[in-house]
Write a protein that binds this ligand. Structure first.
Ligand code: IMP
Ligand code: MG
Length: 170
């Protein structure tokens, strides 16, 4: 199995820094509750947080909808946030938007908790694959319809630790 590079580490960190600065500005340097969606967004969320020079509170949620490379269509919320988000500035941080299911449901769920501001930031967007209409507020990279791995993204739990975004040539 050959892994090809789609986005290298330098391109990733440069773009993540750019998006972080935009987020900081849009949130008026106010405190942000950054909700990292486990496990895939963990590398991206930490890089993003390190590049925001205002107060960032880290929180985590776990939502699973995938089994191998296929969407099962079922969402499983297995870990909820630990912070109260009512009246606070919230940013959901996700690895990739594919069908749009995860973020559509997640956004509905978090909106019901009445945050002051709620935006979505994704590292990657595979627009072609959308089943539910969903547009993230911040996207680092739009990518073609390929199954990608690395920088947090897995194939059956493997390859998350690759420091770049790759794809498997089949
Ligand atoms: P959605 O609910 O279909 O938008 O799926 C989003 C989730 O599917 C992401 O959080 C990923 O965990 C997973 N996913 C979608 N595409 C890929 C991929 O190319 N590689 C690895 N995981 C993916
Ligand atoms: Mg995921």
């Amino acid at each position: 199995m050959e892994i090809k590079t789609l986005i290298n580490e330098q391109e990733l960190t440069t773009r993540i820094n750019e998006v972080a600065k935009q987020i900081q500005k849009d949130y008026n340097n106010e405190e942000i509750v950054l909700i990292c969606i486990l496990k895939g967004a963990v590398f991206f969320a930490t890089e993003l947080a390190k590049n925001i020079n205002s107060s960032v509170i880290m929180d985590f949620m776990k939502v699973s909808s995938y089994d191998g490379t296929k969407s099962t269509g079922n969402l499983d919320f297995t870990l909820d946030i630990s912070q109260k988000i009512e009246g606070r500035n919230v940013l959901i941080v996700e690895d990739i938007v594919d069908t749009g299911r995860t973020l559509t449901y997640l956004k509905q769920y978090l909106t019901s908790k009445n945050p002051k501001k709620l935006k979505v930031c994704t590292m990657l967007d595979k627009k072609e694959r959308r089943e539910l209409e969903f547009t993230p507020d911040y996207t680092c990279f739009d990518i073609p319809d390929k199954f990608v791995i690395g920088y947090g993204l897995d194939f059956d739990e493997k390859y998350r630790n690759l420091p770049y975004i790759g794809y498997i040539e089949q």
